[in-house]
Design a protein around this ligand. Structure first.
Ligand SMILES: *[C@@H]1O[C@H](CO)[C@@H](O)[C@H](O)[C@H]1NC(C)=O
Ligand SMILES: *[C@@H]1O[C@H](CO)[C@@H](O)[C@H](O)[C@H]1NC(C)=O
Ligand SMILES: *[C@@H]1O[C@H](CO)[C@@H](O)[C@H](O)[C@H]1NC(C)=O
Ligand SMILES: *[C@@H]1O[C@H](CO)[C@@H](O)[C@H](O)[C@H]1NC(C)=O
Ligand SMILES: *[C@@H]1O[C@H](CO)[C@@H](O)[C@H](O)[C@H]1NC(C)=O
Ligand SMILES: *[C@@H]1O[C@H](CO)[C@@H](O)[C@H](O)[C@H]1NC(C)=O
Ligand SMILES: *[C@@H]1O[C@H](CO)[C@@H](O)[C@H](O)[C@H]1NC(C)=O
Ligand SMILES: *[C@@H]1O[C@H](CO)[C@@H](O)[C@H](O)[C@H]1NC(C)=O
Ligand SMILES: CC(=O)N[C@H]1CO[C@H](CO)[C@@H](O)[C@@H]1O
Length: 724
């Protein structure tokens, strides 16, 4: 049904040129159309002239189909202002304006042209469009004025609307109007007086969201144009010999397309809107979904309940639905979205579109603003693209039988029974400490990382679950979030948020990628890691000793914020919680430092040691364990210590950082790194000397989380780390 083109029902003007042959399709400045003369388009489909309607004697100037016996007027110039006698004259006056005068020279109607023409002519085209153009103008489609731009005489700027005739004898505007609402996400809207009556839904690429039947057909082709200059819907008849019209029908409040049937000499109804009850604007109120065939037709979306039981029955649903669980903006990071399918999208008054964002970016943008209630692709072609967001209540949703759209509606965490997950075991991101990590996508477009735990866990199922639930409660912006887990038989999956920019080691140890991370970015990352560690150590309700701090375990989100990953899972494999203490100690298998057995305090120190190493690696762009300096038997830390003592600490710094560095911040970092290490070693060995593992040793197997122990520890008070 393309009754949507109601909006662009062409204007039609037939002019008759006095003194010009009756078959003319143009008049010039010296000519005019009077009673008894007409303009006829070149191929003869349309005619412009004066006419009366029904029993009225009022005279109008307009355009009608010439080839059909039932007089069908498609455009009227003076619909508000009929001429009472036969004195009407249509002419281009000497200053180039198209005017309709009655005999006493009063102006009945005029066409406002965009500029003055030196040689203006008026022409009735085969499309039924009446145009005023300049004969001198090279481009014959550069119109000074055209009736297609003025489908009715309600006209405010670019906001054009089609309106009904009052009745079949009176073409003056009735109360039903139909036009495109120029919001950020435009849609066609039918008004009954000042009340919205029917919406098409926004354009989604192939059609209007609420018009699944608008698709390929033998009668007409259609298109929707939306750019910074103009927004319009347009159709072309495919077979020029088919005669078709679209008309606003005030009798039964609809917009109808008819096709002329020659054999019976009648107009046959092809389609019309509104189609059914559910097309009535906002029948079901906010968050209500209108479903033909359901009883009642209005159903609240999942997660919502009717606002007032009294009014929901029997037939007034206008108060709509409210959330079963309120949304709290403080928890917005825990919100998610439920996917609804087969819908006509909600009213777009408070909608926003960006054609170049993908669904994941769209989700993120929506999630970040509490008043964003829903999102979806703005274009459904080819699997979907672009982003449409809705702010505030979602109004006028209905189920459409075929070709409806997905809509992702914001929900508090408690309403999210997450439907996992389609992911592909080929889509491997890497191998972490306890299994391979894959990339996956949730139904609502959210990207996730899925870790498939290796089977060697000796832990009982219930213990595993308890552990995961505890860890899922760790919430800090510098920790990768565990979204859920999934257990079936031997298979254990952990679901994390996906980090677009992968791990820190892919930047700092890579010559080219390293340049992307200038000093200020590195410093930002250092501070973030420190905050994440502090949270694990002191602020979270569990006390967690991380023990596996290294560049490959620091992941980066799309804005290069660091998030520590891989925390806490190890315990599920070892079960070696330190007993008899109030603090839980969770470590990573294979990275249990020797002091693990000593006590919780020392465990904190061992993370601090790891932090010192990481800091040094970020400063230098070199791997601690891959360090080798010709002629020295020192390891990296020893080398750093020596440079520091010799007053040349900046020689440690990666050359690509030298331009962007803040000297004082950098010195502070070096100092923190060295100070931390030496004091931890001192505490461990009782000898207040050089940092741990000063002498070169066989480096432990570099990055495998399942190897040996990390060799040394150091001390640094966390308050110092936290220096901002
Ligand atoms: C032509 O018509 C326009 C619009 O009514 C009017 O402003 C203008 O004065 C007319 N020109 C002449 C020469 O009458
Ligand atoms: C022409 O322009 C005048 C002044 O802007 C406006 O009042 C009038 O409605 C316009 N007429 C038509 C037919 O567009
Ligand atoms: C166009 O329609 C006419 C009348 O229905 C028909 O005779 C003709 O074959 C059609 N032309 C095409 C190209 O379909
Ligand atoms: C408008 O609708 C009424 C009622 O359905 C119908 O009888 C009439 O023919 C329609 N008018 C036109 C011009 O199609
Ligand atoms: C208007 O009339 C047409 C044709 O008679 C019919 O198909 C349509 O359902 C009617 N619409 C309404 C809103 O009554
Ligand atoms: C639309 O999204 C693209 C890609 O995310 C972004 O570059 C652009 O700035 C966005 N445009 C607006 C107006 O937000
Ligand atoms: C959320 O979006 C609304 C609508 O675009 C805007 O008015 C508001 O300022 C935004 N709020 C925040 C916190 O960005
Ligand atoms: C980080 O990820 C975002 C989003 O995927 C991307 O636009 C950006 O270029 C990445 N940054 C770097 C330094 O690769
Ligand atoms: C109202 C008005 O001005 N009517 C005039 C219309 O033209 C005729 C003929 O020129 C005049 O006689 C009327 O006075």
């Amino acid at each position: 049904m393309d009754v949507y083109s109601c909006i662009f029902l062409g204007a039609n003007f037939l002019l008759f040129l006095s003194g010009v042959s009756s078959a003319a399709d143009t008049i010039t400045q010296s000519q005019s159309i009077i009673e008894g003369s007409t303009l006829i388009s070149r191929e003869g489909g349309f005619e412009l002239g004066f006419f009366s309607l029904g029993s009225s004697t009022n005279r109008y100037l307009g355009i009608w189909y010439r080839n059909i016996p039932v007089k069908t007027v498609v455009w009227v110039a003076n619909r508000r202002n009929p001429i009472e006698d036969s004195s009407g004259v249509l002419m281009i006056n000497s200053t180039g304006n198209l005017v309709l005068l009655s005999q006493n020279t009063s102006v009945v109607w005029l066409a406002n042209s965009t500029k003055e023409a030196s040689s203006p002519i008026l022409q009735l085209l085969d499309s039924g469009n009446l145009v005023l153009r300049d004969r001198e103008e090279g481009n014959s489609e550069n119109y000074l004025w055209q009736s297609f731009d003025h489908p009715s005489d309600i006209l405010t700027g670019l906001d054009r609307r089609l309106s009904t005739w009052k009745n079949w004898d009176d073409p003056s505007p009735g109360e039903l109007t139909w036009g495109i609402e120029l919001t950020n996400n435009p849609e066609a809207v039918m008004w009954k007086g000042s009340e919205k009556y029917f919406r098409s839904g926004p354009w989604n690429g192939p059609r209007y969201s609420g018009a699944p039947e608008l698709r390929y057909n033998p009668v007409f082709e259609f298109n929707f144009v939306n750019n910074e200059n103009e927004v319009y819907y347009v159709y072309h008849l495919i077979n020029k010999s088919i005669i078709s019209k679209i008309i606003m029908n005030q009798t039964n409040y609809s917009c109808e397309r008819y096709i002329w049937i020659d054999a019976t000499s009648t107009w046959s109804l092809y389609s019309s809107v509104p189609r059914d009850n559910c097309d009535d604007y906002n029948l079901c109120g906010a968050y209500g979904n209108c479903i033909i065939g359901e009883s009642p037709v209005c159903q609240c979306l999942k997660g919502f309940q009717s606002k007032s039981q009294e009014t929901w029955n029997p037939k007034d649903w206008s108060q709509g639905c409210v959330r079963i669980t309120q949304l709290s903006c403080q928890d917005k990071d825990k919100h998610g979205f439920i996917k609804f399918v087969g819908l006509k999208l909600p009213e777009t008054t408070n909608s926003w579109v960006n054609e170049s964002m993908n669904l994941e970016e769209c989700r993120t943008k929506c999630l970040n603003n509490c008043s964003c209630m829903a999102y979806t692709n703005s274009n459904i072609r080819g699997g979907g693209s672009g982003c449409a967001l809705w702010y505030g209540d979602l109004i006028d949703i209905r189920q459409v039988s075929l070709g409806g759209q997905n809509l992702y509606v914001r929900m508090p965490a408690s309403e999210l029974g997450r439907n996992l997950v389609l992911f592909n075991f080929n889509n491997k991101l890497g191998e972490g400490g306890f299994g391979a990590v894959y990339k996956g996508t949730l139904e609502d477009g959210q990207e996730i990382a899925v870790k498939r735990l290796s089977e060697s866990s000796g832990q009982g199922l219930n213990e595993f679950k308890t552990e995961v639930i505890l860890i899922a409660k760790l919430q800090h912006r510098n920790l990768v979030r565990l979204l859920g887990c999934c257990i079936q038989g031997e298979e254990k999956l952990l679901i994390y948020e996906y980090m677009t920019n992968k791990s820190l080691d892919t930047f700092i140890f890579d010559q080219a990628r390293g340049k992307v991370l200038d000093w200020s970015k590195r410093f930002h990352i250092i501070c973030g890691v420190a905050r994440g560690l502090l949270y694990l150590h002191e602020d979270s309700r569990l006390r967690i000793i991380y023990r596996d701090l290294k560049a490959s375990n620091v992941l980066l989100d799309s804005e290069m914020n660091p998030k520590i990953s891989e925390f806490g899972i190890a315990r599920t494999f070892r079960g070696d919680q330190t007993q008899g203490k109030t603090n839980r100690v969770i470590g990573t298998y294979g990275y249990m430092a020797p002091e693990y057995a000593i006590n919780g305090l020392f465990s904190v120190k061992s993370d601090v040691f790891g932090f010192g190493i990481l800091l040094m690696e970020m400063l230098s762009g070199k791997k601690n364990r891959a360090y080798y300096h010709p002629g020295e038997s020192l390891n990296f830390i020893g080398h750093a210590w020596n440079l520091w003592r010799e007053g040349r600490p900046l020689e440690l710094v990666d050359t690509c950082l030298r331009d962007s560095c803040s000297l004082s911040e950098m010195l502070r970092c070096i100092q923190i790194s060295l100070a931390g290490m030496s004091s931890v070693v001192m505490m461990l060995s009782g000898e207040p000397k050089e940092p741990g593992f000063f002498a070169r040793k066989n480096p432990p197997d570099a990055d495998s989380s399942s190897s040996k122990h990390q060799s040394s520890t150091n001390e640094l008070t966390l308050t110092l780390l936290e220096a901002r």
